[in-house]
Design a protein around this ligand. Structure first.
Ligand code: 0X9
Ligand code: ZN
Length: 300
């Protein structure tokens, strides 16, 4: 049912998570962390060997509807971890993985059925539907690179966490204080970047050297599995300032040591409309990236 040779619809991705939880009950469990505006469940897969000392890593995909390579890559990583768990390095096995492949199910479906280049969720505020979920997180909300105009692509919503999709992430992470959170990774596309805070402005956190050094390890791991070059740097400086991003909230409020936004392939040839033939190569390099993050989280 699930392949990595085509992009899949939301129901199929959800069904795949449920299938894994049924098939590998000792390793996997599925939770619904909230519901989208249109009442679709937002599902999260936990992969854990149950060791009490495990650090915790969060991975999400599909914050932006049109970035189809993101959910495809996240499920590729899930598939590798679950079906070959025993052959993964100890650093991967001794992490509690919390993985949500599609945080914006309404937008994702809308990009399949109505508008391939839809970005936002489908919340309503006036005439123009949709909030940019990556401007709706509650750290420096409403600052540079986000808009108060609902008719723009970067509309930040009526307030921090005004949208159920972002509130679900916040509530889950903050509600799981038992988890020893160390790393937050959000997969987007495109441009081939490894970005770390801050995104809200051209400044960096005090420990940016650690983020930079792990970022460079990620980029070199990608190269060593045959991937293309990824540019590493703080988000606002490297790409553009944008406030209310999930990575800034993870670092600034939830206090994850490592927070990354990884912009997957490509470099602009196909952009958001990346052919499905690129799912496997992109998945392979993202897997290499996540293994580096596991090591960093284990050591943090
Ligand atoms: O603008 C974004 O939300 C991200 N780029 S995308 O093309 N996928 O839309 C970059 C976000 C980087 N992080 C922050 N600015 N906090
Ligand atoms: Zn994005």
């Amino acid at each position: 049912r699930m392949t990595w040779q085509a992009y899949h619809r939301y129901a199929d991705i959800q069904g795949y998570l449920d299938y894994l939880a049924t098939t590998y009950p000792d390793l996997c469990s599925v939770q619904t962390i909230g519901y989208s505006i249109q009442n679709k469940p937002i599902k999260l897969l936990k992969i854990s060997n149950g060791n009490p000392g495990n650090k915790a890593v969060w991975i999400d995909g599909g914050i932006h509807a049109r970035e189809w390579i993101s959910p495809a890559t996240v499920t590729f990583i899930i598939n590798q971890f679950v079906s070959n768990f025993e052959s993964e390095p100890a650093s991967v096995q001794n992490i509690d993985w919390y993985i949500a492949p599609v945080l914006n199910p309404d937008g994702y479906e809308y990009s399949h059925t109505r508008d391939r280049l839809w970005r936002k969720n489908l919340g309503r505020s006036g005439q123009c539907p949709g909030t940019d979920l990556n401007r709706n997180f509650g750290y420096r909300w409403g600052g540079r690179g986000s808009s108060k105009n609902p008719c723009t692509e970067t509309y930040g919503g009526t307030g921090p966490f005004s949208e159920p999709e972002t509130a679900a992430v916040k509530n889950f992470i903050q509600g799981n204080s038992g988890a020893n959170w160390k790393a937050y990774v959000s997969f987007h596309s495109y441009g081939q970047y490894v970005l770390y805070p801050w995104g809200y402005d051209r400044v960096v956190p005090p420990d940016y050297k650690d983020l930079e050094s792990v970022g460079r390890k990620i980029a070199s791991a990608i190269r060593s599995v045959g991937g293309p070059s990824y540019t590493v740097g703080p988000a606002a400086n490297t790409l553009y300032p944008a406030s209310g991003g999930s990575d800034d909230w993870a670092k600034g409020v939830a206090k994850f040591k490592y927070a990354y936004t990884i912009e997957l392939r490509d470099n602009g040839r196909y952009g958001f409309v990346l052919p499905a033939a690129y799912i496997q190569p992109t998945g392979k390099e993202a897997l290499a990236a996540v293994r580096v993050i596991a090591e960093a989280a284990a050591a943090a």
